[in-house]
Design a protein around this ligand. Sequence first.
Ligand code: SF4
Ligand code: SF4
Length: 372
Amino acid sequence: MVARHIKETELAAVAAAWARSYRVLAPVREGAAIVYRVFSEDMHPFLGRPPTSSAKEALLPQTENLFTYKYRKDQADLTRTEVFLSEALPPEPTLILGPRPCDARGRHLLDRVFLERGVVDPQYKAHRAATLFVSVACTSLQNTCFCHWTGGGMDDETGSDVLLHPLNGGFVAKAVTPAGEKLIAELPEATAQTLASLDERKAAAQTPDQAPEQTPDLKDIAGSFLAVFADLDFWTDQSARCLSCGVCTYLCPTCSCFNITDENQGMSGRRLRTWDTCMSALYTLEGSGHNPRGSRAHRLRNRVGHKFCYHPREFSEAATEPSGLEFSCTGCGRCIKSCPVAVDIRQIVLDVLDKAREKAAETAGAKGEEAK
Ligand code: SF4
Ligand code: SF4
């Protein structure tokens, strides 16, 4: 596919042109945060750092109307009630500008949950069909990034429609999907010299002084997780600092827990879907008062297990990663950066591997003793 070029000074004009056909969500600085806002002509999209919030809100809004309803009592027979439903309006065509490759990979992972488990979520499907991702490749890793652990990378194209590669005061725009190709078709072509500079920069990123630190071997992580699953002392230690605030899940590009509530006003109302978090005790609290994940240890175990054990086990056959493993973590590092008490999922994963090795050694030692 032909690569295009956007000068940084022309980015707002390009976004304005896209905004004629799409609701464009673009990242802007608000205090210390970088958040997505609906693009307007006086806005200056900021693509210099990864947005604070993830791009999942374009596909799975924090709160959305699923449908509205009205009741009508049959006055001749008050045991009978008629219910009228109105479906939510279809989502607006939306273009999200500025997700990083880890966010775009999150879109691919949300597809697994909402489209590929045998039950298709109609609301998600509609958002998915209406949304384009124009992502921005990274040129360096922040100290919380670990996309290279989880099958991604600074210029991974998974889940993007267009990937913008920052270069010399502008961007080389590469289409990933046919929709992306159409979107950038009118932009000027990148010159051969620009493309050569991009190749040089990518090659430099692989040299030992710039390449990311070595990736831990995660091929046994799912089995290791299961080996330490029942060790509640381990999980109690890991979760000792956790406040159950849920920030880690709200900002995560792949977390997909939600709750459904009805808002009634007299004889009418609406049904809403709202983000929820498995890190909250209320998430699994049953009507009987029993809570199968009643402690922070249980809840943190579930979050880590979902990302590094349950998802890879469920989707290992479909995985496209060379390792044959697909995690439901993209290594974006938001949960690490935003956790108020510095819980670091990377350290938990490494501790799980260590603990499982320790347990395996103990078991082997015990068997050796028995055999004597
Ligand atoms: S952000 Fe940190 S403190 Fe809050 S729920 Fe997640 S791990 Fe716990
Ligand atoms: S678990 Fe943390 S690092 Fe992994 S995708 Fe979610 S927020 Fe990013």
